[in-house]
Design a protein around this ligand. Structure first.
Ligand SMILES: [Zn+2]
Length: 219
């Protein structure tokens, strides 16, 4: 009986003879998450995914849609231009997930997350008090350029060489310093690493970057 009422209401809605009640809400939410085709298929064949399939379908579509919206928002807002390189998923930021497995570094992770959310592109030019070079990105200069932090940077690359294989190190070397910095700060890694390797990479890179930033007096 419920099924018949639902079908009748849907056809009334589609024929524009009845546009109140729960049907417009259902159609709007299905449209929002690109799930209209399921309703179309149901009206055509009477078939509907079972409870388990439907739950999975809804989860996938809602996540994809919200992640797309998140990325679009970050692309169009300069405030998020750098954060978009660090995080683009509807899930806790990678460093917070890392902190669950490495609570001994929680203070370091907390300071790095604070730094990440406050990072902005800067047009101003500064003179480094340690090496005398001119820069406009204090974090990038400290982590990847400054001679004052060279020994820690060498330590970083030695550790990175042990994470996977030489191709992974080559991949990191192909990145611009700007992108590499974000990858080292827990950002998106476009390389095929297992979850263990990725975690190993992230914890090591973040802890050494933290030491570099402390050495430069930034943290
Ligand atoms: Zn310097």
């Amino acid at each position: 009986m419920t099924r018949e009422i639902f079908i009748k209401r849907i056809f009334d809605y589609k024929l524009c003879t009845f546009s109140r009640g729960f049907i417009p809400d259902i159609v709007n939410i299905l449209t929002k998450y690109n799930l209209n085709y399921v309703l179309g298929e149901f009206l055509k064949s009477g078939l509907f995914p079972n409870r388990c399939q439907w739950k999975r379908l809804v989860n996938d579509h809602v996540r994809n849609c919200e992640e797309f919206n998140l990325c679009e928002r970050m692309k169009t807002d300069k405030e998020f231009s750098r954060f978009g390189l660090l995080h683009n998923k509807i899930q806790p930021y990678s460093i917070w997930r890392l902190a669950l497995h490495f609570p001994q570094y929680s203070s370091c992770f907390k300071q790095i997350v604070k730094l990440c959310v406050e990072m902005r592109d800067d047009e101003n030019v500064f003179l480094c008090q340690y090496c005398g070079l001119i820069y406009n990105d204090v974090i990038l200069h400290s982590v990847l350029e400054c001679s004052h932090t060279e020994s820690l940077r060498d330590q970083l690359w030695c550790v990175l060489c042990t994470i996977k294989d030489v191709d992974f190190v080559c991949y990191l070397n192909t990145l611009s310093n700007y992108h590499l910095l974000h990858v080292l700060l827990g950002g998106i890694v476009n390389y095929d690493l297992s979850s263990y390797e990725l975690e190993d990479f992230r914890v090591n890179s973040i802890v050494i970057v933290f030491k570099i930033l402390q050495c430069s007096g930034i943290l």
